[in-house]
Design a protein around this ligand. Structure first.
Ligand code: NAD
Length: 478
């Protein structure tokens, strides 16, 4: 049973210090679906103190014992997939099948990170002196903070918690004010495990108050943040007062390059999938499409056919829809303004292009725009909605140059049957990730990291795991 409107601190559900609450709206119909604490500085203080008290004993446990406890969480998640998925759909708006996938993936991710327990390695380094041994130990950083966005809210808890815990850190999670209820559900599952009190603490609250207090706290040793560039900068500023480490997973404006020799049907389907998944609210999915001139008409027609066939609406009222609403009114206004501005600058609408007529929810029509040009905001700013802007290019060199000309550098893709073009793109695209002939979506054993304003550090796989550890060199004279 969910402990509504409470934080989870030191192994217990507790009331927040302040009296204010956050009302959570269902983005599909703007109805209130729950309330969560609006935590203040005293709540942050209590959570960080609990994490600090718990950390030394947690670090002393052998990694495999920590992994066994982590697996208790994944087992609890697997036993509650449908209930958890319904909660995510209700407060975030993604279709139920995607929410179920998110929950199942979360359990798999925890197990994947738990498997690293026996694989964390140090190094023995050669010495300049006779009789000396030089050891590099990997040690936990200490108390970590995980500050979350709303787009994959449940999975993002595990993406922070699992690598932090298996490496011996403790953590304070702050959920997004848009989607705090699934994090309270996560805390509910923790209460049924043997994870010691204080190892995982979960707070609800707003960014400027709770998030800021956590980022600026002197006893937080690492802030791992996923969210927008603007907030990343704020967090870095707050963390800088204590020289606290930051790991920032920020926004994206992913280019997809489609060359004339590509399998156009495959490209259209992969790019379409990438754009409507989670109603286009993904940091890593194709946001600007560069298509070689000779095939731009054919490609645009193929992708428009997919967009036109997309059913959308309230996923709780109609489980058959393939796309839900945008997260909130601000998101809807942003998408709408970008499309209107592109139209005014000469882009043509092949389908969509308007706020959808679906009652009080935040629904936008699946949209394809052609005739887009560099310099239009729609080709440079993050849209975060079901809109595909297409620009014609002369060939691969222009495609790569336009792709790289962006303040974002998270993911990118190329569609081609020519291995030399694929290799050229692999060498020359300046992004953390490149996908060749497939949709944009990373694997847990990879490394998800952005360049330029898309972030600092990274997550997933071995390199993401070691982001939660620091080194200790010991010189031992025998
Ligand atoms: P956001 O930056 O508005 O909010 C994210 C979190 O930061 C929330 O919990 C919020 O309360 C908190 N926050 C806000 N101001 C703060 C402050 N001053 N100090 C501390 N915390 C603060 O982002 P969002 O709208 O929730 O998420 C969408 C953004 O996240 C998009 O830009 C998207 O690209 C990005 N994103 C990136 C990745 C990635 O892996 N790179 C993954 C998912 C989402």
């Amino acid at each position: 049973m969910t402990k509504a409107c409470k934080n989870y601190i030191d192994g217990r559900f507790v009331d927040a210090d302040g009296k204010d609450v956050i009302e959570v709206l269902n983005p599909a119909n703007a109805q209130v679906v729950g309330v969560a604490p609006d935590s203040g500085a005293a709540d942050v203080e209590a959570a960080v103190a609990a994490a600090k008290r718990a950390q030394p004993a947690w670090e002393k446990l052998p990694p495999i014992a920590r992994a066994t406890l982590l697996r208790q969480i994944s087992a609890r998640i697997r036993a509650n997939v449908d209930r958890l998925a319904r909660r995510i759909t209700l407060e975030q708006g993604k279709v139920l099948s995607l929410a179920q996938l998110e929950v199942a993936f979360t359990a798999d991710y925890i197990d994947y990170m738990a498997e690293w327990a026996r694989r964390i390695e140090g190094e023995i380094v050669s010495s300049d002196r006779p009789g000396e041994s030089v050891f590099l130990f990997r040690q936990p950083i200490g108390v970590t903070a995980g500050i979350l966005p709303w787009n994959f809210p449940f999975f993002l808890i595990a993406r922070k918690v699992a690598p932090a815990l298996v490496t011996g850190n403790t953590i304070v999670i702050k959920s997004s004010e848009e989607t705090p209820l699934n994090a309270i559900d996560f805390a509910d599952l923790l209460a049924d495990t043997e994870i010691p009190p204080g190892v995982i603490n979960i707070l609800s609250g707003r960014g400027a108050s709770t998030g800021h207090a956590l980022s600026a706290h002197k006893d937080v040793d690492l802030v791992s943040f996923t969210g927008s560039v603007r907030t990343g900068i704020n967090i870095m500023e707050a963390a800088s007062k204590n020289l606290t480490r930051v790991n920032l997973e920020l926004g994206g404006k992913a280019p997809a390059i489609v060359l004339a020799d590509a399998d156009l049907e495959l490209a259209a389907k992969a790019i379409y999938d990438s754009r409507v998944l989670n109603t286009g609210q993904l940091c890593n999915c194709a946001e600007r499409i560069y298509v070689e001139k000779s095939v731009v008409e054919k490609f645009s027609a193929l992708v428009t056919a997919h967009m036109k066939a997309t059913t959308y609406g309230d996923p709780m009222a109609d489980a058959s829809v393939s796309m839900g609403p945008l997260i909130n009114e601000a998101g809807l206004k942003k998408v709408s303004a970008l499309v209107d501005k592109a139209k005014a600058s000469g882009a043509q609408v092949l389908t969509g292009g308007r706020v959808a007529d679906r009652g009080k929810g935040h629904h936008y029509e699946p949209t394809v725009l052609v005739g887009c040009r560099s310099g239009m905001d729609i080709m440079s700013q993050e849209i975060f909605g079901p809109v595909l802007p297409i620009q014609a290019i002369d060939g691969i060199d222009e495609g790569i140059a336009l792709a790289n000309d962006s303040e974002y550098g998270l993911t990118s893709s190329i569609f081609t049957r020519n291995i030399n073009s694929a290799l050229q793109a692999s060498r020359e695209l300046r992004f953390g990730e490149t996908y060749v002939n497939r949709e944009h979506f990373e694997a847990m054993q990879g490394f998800h990291a952005g360049r330029r304003k898309s972030g600092i550090g990274g997550t997933d796989g071995k390199h993401g795991l070691y982001a939660y550890m620091e080194t200790h060199i010991v010189y031992m004279q025998g």
